[in-house]
Design a binder for this molecule. Structure first.
Ligand SMILES: [Fe+2]
Length: 277
């Protein structure tokens, strides 16, 4: 009798683990950042979306859109690979049409947009929805009585369309005017593995994607098995990484590919509250 009970319990546990491992519904991942660079008592909420790869969630992206609407963000940041080089752009267009009007939207390219071979058409399609495309420049955004800088860079694969570009050099020169700017500064850059370069800038917060959470995770043991440009056991697969003067948030993205399952790694919508103290 006891053996049967133990077997039944083991089976139940395995079933639970299997369901949890392959759960692919959208989840919310929240981060809170406290800073003395915003007025005490004020806060700014950013929703970060990365690596959609033109996937369509449910009926016309509604599950993704309703999650974002419910969070009532002040800004929506799109950290690259929203479009894709092999999947039709309809998914991105439905997504952008749905988020238009919720909050100002800022976008940077990822590698897949450059791999498409037609970056101009992709950027034009994205711009149609009132999205600000950040191409090595920045803007000051005022929300209620708080103001932040939002900046962004093209993906390093920009060299595929213009081999005269010096990605690292441009990162420093484009944003050198911000070095003495006292307010809170956010950089959108698709690639998480370039953190050593971001650390040489004056940004307070960098938002990235690209790593897809390392595809396979094991709770408490392994934060990602493999990520592009990082290889096996990637250090920056997803999560919040804190340095002395900079916080780096790497989204695990909202990619969905039935041929490449995400394990213990559901697609995530990232919500970041920047709070003045
Ligand atoms: Fe990417």
């Amino acid at each position: 009798m006891r053996i049967r009970k133990t077997l039944a319990l083991a089976l139940l546990l395995m079933l639970f683990l299997a369901v949890a491992a392959f759960y692919n519904g959208l989840v919310l991942k929240r981060y809170e950042i406290n800073t003395n660079k915003l007025k005490a008592g004020t806060s700014i909420r950013i929703v970060l979306i990365s690596d959609l790869h033109n996937h369509i969630y449910g009926e016309k992206q509604e599950p993704l859109l309703s999650l974002i609407r419910r969070e009532n963000p002040d800004l929506i940041a799109l950290a690259g690979d929203i479009a894709d080089d092999r999947v039709p752009i309809k998914g991105t267009e439905l997504f952008l049409a749905g988020i238009q009007g919720i909050a100002p939207i800022y976008y940077v390219t990822g590698n897949h947009e450059f791999w498409s071979g037609d970056i101009k058409t992709i950027k034009a399609s994205i711009e149609k929805y009132g999205v600000s495309i950040l191409e090595n420049h920045y803007e000051a955004v005022t929300i209620a009585d708080s103001s932040i800088i939002i900046a962004g860079v093209d993906d390093p694969d920009v060299v595929l369309v213009d081999n005269t570009r010096d990605w690292e050099g441009e990162l420093y020169t484009a944003f050198s005017p911000l070095e003495n700017y006292p307010g809170f500064k956010v950089l959108l850059s698709h690639r998480p593995e370039l953190i050593d370069l971001y650390l040489k800038t004056a940004f307070d917060l960098v938002l990235s994607g690209h790593a897809h959470g390392g595809q396979v995770r094991i709770p408490f043991l392994l934060n990602g098995l493999y990520a592009p440009n990082q290889g096996w056991f990637p250090q920056y697969a997803g999560g919040m990484y804190c340095y002395e003067n900079l916080i780096h948030i790497v989204s695990r993205g909202v990619s969905f590919n039935p041929r490449l399952p995400r394990i213990f790694n559901p697609p995530e919508v990232v919500v970041i509250d920047i709070i003045g103290k």
